[in-house]
Design a protein around this ligand. Structure first.
Ligand SMILES: [Cu+2]
Length: 474
């Protein structure tokens, strides 16, 4: 389906972006690093489902799904060498981390793709604590859909006091009966609807059964939605999770709206979960986002041992604020961003009625302000917005489609200040905002990170089908 031959891409890079990028590593390699990591994307074989099913052929980092967890403390500096052993190009994007533009891992925009057999060195400091993740940004629907994902945790200087910290990378795979991954990526029908939703949900690369807990313990649960298209709506039966961070950014601790933890592709949520069940009991976490496809994700299985503490703990404190500058809403310049395209009458999984023209050869099924970047081909794109460094902006994002879109801005965090014209309660900092069908959201931020930044839907089929744009900060 990808129409751009590698040779043509390479030529263009040699003449344009490539020369610019070659000059940058000298600048960024000056400071000593706190951690050196090597990530090797390559084919692998892992037990996604477990017995009696055979192992699954995947593409992954360092032989595992998810790839190795990267963990740093706030303010530290890391060097990551990516050694591409795939048979196609790749890049790594550090989702949500405010890195310098040349380290952002976007093919043709911040770097040439890392061709098979080649390597690329990423190096940056991590300014903000929180839960992040890494994934490819080249051929991303297929590479993520085949297993390329990993957690990136940046610890606070003063950590939240808990008994145990747990990271769950939620994956979603479409498997055929022998547990191998179904082909047919970039199916035009799915691209114009909800995207490629799988049939096999994994926690840390494995179909889960029980998660062992102890009565009375307090867990910090870092949830990462690494799925290509699936949105989660998690209900913790008989438990009361408290949200303490969204997309890595601290928020006043509060129970999730309606008791459901909504987690769209690429979003993260940190929960404080007090294990209030009785010793020996079991209780489920169910995913009810697509109501007609609700299922049990995993059971919390209580050990038979006596409770860890006699009295429940006090509610968790608010985490220390990260380092993003506060947008000046009174002086902010406003822009409207309109999302269009897709099949009409969506919302349900059966909504058909493809409009003529959407099946056209150019795959431009979606658009942002009338423009579409299809696939990874960003050679000809012009920025949809050019922002002035240091100034505050409000983007009013208007979803005129019949489908959900988790919209991600690279290089920045933003506050979600309104939804459908009403102020939001927490004005949450995020890097990915889920906008339901025919709804609107306003985001506010200071454009303080210079460069060309991707602004796109994180349902990767939508991204591939045109719902991607560039916002330039100069
Ligand atoms: Cu979308």
């Amino acid at each position: 389906m990808r129409g751009v031959p590698i040779r043509r891409r390479s030529l263009l890079l040699a003449a344009g972006v490539g020369g610019l990028i070659a000059a940058l590593p000298r600048v960024v390699r000056a400071a000593p690093v706190d951690k050196d990591v090597r990530l090797t994307p390559a084919p692998g074989r892992v037990a996604l489902v477990g017995t009696p099913y055979p192992e699954t052929n995947v593409w992954c980092y360092n032989g595992t799904v998810p790839g190795p967890e990267i963990r740093l403390r706030q303010g530290e500096r890391i060097r990551i060498v990516c050694d591409n052993r795939l048979t196609q190009g790749t890049t790594i994007h550090w989702h949500g981390i405010r890195v310098p533009n040349p380290m952002d891992g976007v093919p043709y925009v911040t770097q040439p793709p890392i061709e098979p057999g080649r390597s690329f060195t990423y190096e940056f400091a991590v300014p903000d604590a929180g839960t992040y993740w890494y994934h490819p940004h080249d051929h991303s629907s297929e590479q993520i859909g085949r297993g390329m994902m990993g957690a990136f945790v940046i610890e606070e200087l003063t950590p939240l006091p808990v008994d145990r910290e747990v990271v769950w990378v939620l994956g979603d795979f479409r498997l055929v009966p022998d547990a191998s991954i179904a082909g047919g990526f970039d199916n035009p029908m799915e691209m114009s609807m909800a995207g490629r939703i799988g049939n096999t949900v994994t926690i840390n690369g494995r179909v889960p059964t029980d998660f062992a807990v102890r009565s009375g313990e307090r867990i910090r649960l870092r949830l990462i939605n690494a799925a290509a298209a699936r949105i989660f709506g998690l209900e913790f039966v008989h438990h009361r999770p408290i949200v303490v961070a969204l997309d890595g950014q601290p928020i006043a601790p509060h129970p999730p709206d309606g008791g459901r933890v909504i987690l769209a592709p690429a979003q993260r949520i940190d929960l404080v979960l007090d294990m209030t069940g009785k010793a020996g009991s079991k209780s489920s976490i169910v995913d009810t986002f697509y109501r007609q496809m609700a299922y049990r994700l995993v059971d919390l299985a209580y050990a038979d041992s006596p409770p860890l503490r006699a009295k429940p703990l006090a509610p968790p404190a608010t985490l220390a604020r990260n380092t993003q500058p506060e947008p000046d809403l009174a002086r902010a310049q406003r822009h409207i961003v309109t999302l269009t395209g897709g099949m009409m009458g969506g919302g349900s999984m059966s909504g058909m009625g493809m409009g003529m023209g959407m099946m056209g050869g150019d795959r431009a099924m979606w658009a942002i302000n009338g423009t579409a970047i299809v696939g990874d081909d960003m050679r000809h794109m012009k920025p949809v917005l050019t922002l002035t460094r240091g100034k505050s902006y409000v983007l009013a994002i208007d979803n005129r489609t019949a489908w959900y879109h988790p919209i991600h801005l690279h290089g920045h965090s933003f506050r979600v200040i309104t939804r459908n014209g009403r102020s939001t309660k927490y004005r949450a900092w995020r890097d990915t905002v889920l906008i339901p069908p025919r709804e609107r959201a306003e985001i506010a931020f200071v454009a303080d990170n210079p460069g060309d930044w991707m602004f796109h839907c994180h349902i990767l089929d939508h991204q591939d089908g045109g719902m991607m744009a560039v916002i330039r900060v100069t």
